[in-house]
Design a protein around this ligand. Structure first.
Ligand code: C2E
Ligand code: CA
Ligand code: CA
Ligand code: CA
Length: 279
């Protein structure tokens, strides 16, 4: 079965080869999934590291496969990237996020910003700002309620084009987050020149926090440099109370991870927003 007793989808955990026998077949299935609208967004809260206040939520796409249930993006985003289908998935995610924000607002909830992941290929098209404008307008959403996460590697293209696209997104009033920081090769000064607002430090560094002095020193250096350059810092993948405690000592601004909350279906969000606080 694809659902558990609570009607929530469980992950299909077998290897990709069991889901789809070949890459070609995966491409066809993905195309079909787009046409049949078999995707949903889950939302994972991000909270103030000191008060536990819910500051924003990251939208994370899942494929509801008719036979296998909930399929992780790790299983299909790479293929979507190489085939270009990510362009359609990315736009669909944008629209779903905006429609959801609109629904929550209409229900009278105190909505926090939603961040969406923009893939390298999608970003390189230079059309993200135009698409954002379309959906913000269509659903009459203040641009402060939408944020964009981009990896360092996605910003390594032609400097002028990258600057133009980032500038156009920021001009809408949409904040820019550097996703998976520390896994690429960009320097903090480069990121400051690109006027990024928030650094999301990759969870590989968060998981090192309790293990070694070096892990802690490294994180500390990122936090102090980011702050000196006017950027705030989010730690992703926070899984333990110990990690949260260290991050608080280091001055990290916000935290996200299983210790605080797992990604959850949209239906679970109203109670989170009403509660407003995760500590
Ligand atoms: P990401 O952007 O780094 O997203 C964070 C991933 O870490 C999510 O996996 C989330 O469920 C997981 N995570 C959160 N907290 C913890 C934790 O405490 N411990 C551990 N071990 N993991 C945690 P998910 O949802 O499977 O997404 C995986 C990746 O797929 C994302 O990594 C992102 O690169 C990509 N992705 C997801 N949604 C989209 C989308 O709409 N568009 C694009 N282009 N990529 C997406
Ligand atoms: Ca992300
Ligand atoms: Ca990330
Ligand atoms: Ca990641």
């Amino acid at each position: 079965g694809k659902t558990d007793g609570k009607g929530q989808y469980r992950y299909f955990e077998a290897s990709q080869s069991r889901i789809i026998q070949s890459r070609l077949q995966l491409k066809h299935r993905l195309l079909e999934a787009i046409e049949l609208d078999q995707f949903v967004l889950y939302y994972q809260p991000r909270v103030d590291a000191y008060t536990g206040k819910v500051c924003s939520m990251e939208a994370l796409v899942r494929w509801i496969h008719p036979q296998h249930g909930l399929v992780s993006p790790l299983e299909f985003i790479p293929m979507a990237e190489t085939t270009g289908l990510i362009l359609r998935i990315g736009e669909m995610v944008m629209e779903k996020a905006c429609r959801q924000i609109d629904e929550w607002r209409s229900a009278g909830l105190a909505v926090v910003p939603v961040s969406i992941n923009v893939s390298p290929k999608q970003f390189a098209r230079g059309e993200v700002h135009r698409q954002l404008a379309v959906y913000l307008d269509r659903y009459a959403i203040p641009s402060s309620l939408l944020e964009v996460e981009i990896t360092e590697s996605a910003m390594m293209g032609e400097q002028e084009e990258v600057l133009a696209e980032l500038g156009a997104i920021r001009a809408l009033g949409v904040k820019l987050h550097v996703d998976d920081f520390g896994t690429g090769y960009s320097s903090l000064s480069q990121l400051q020149k690109l006027k990024m607002d928030v650094l999301k430090v990759d969870r590989a560094f968060t998981s090192e926090l309790g293990n070694s002095r070096e892990g802690r020193v490294f994180f500390q250096a990122i936090v102090s440099m980011a702050h000196a350059l006017g950027m705030s810092v989010v730690a992703e993948g926070v899984e333990t109370a110990e990690q949260l405690g260290i991050l608080q000592e280091l001055g990290c601004n916000e935290v996200q991870g299983y210790y605080l909350a797992r990604p959850m279906p949209a239906a679970a969000i109203p109670s989170v927003l009403t509660q407003g606080n995760l500590f």
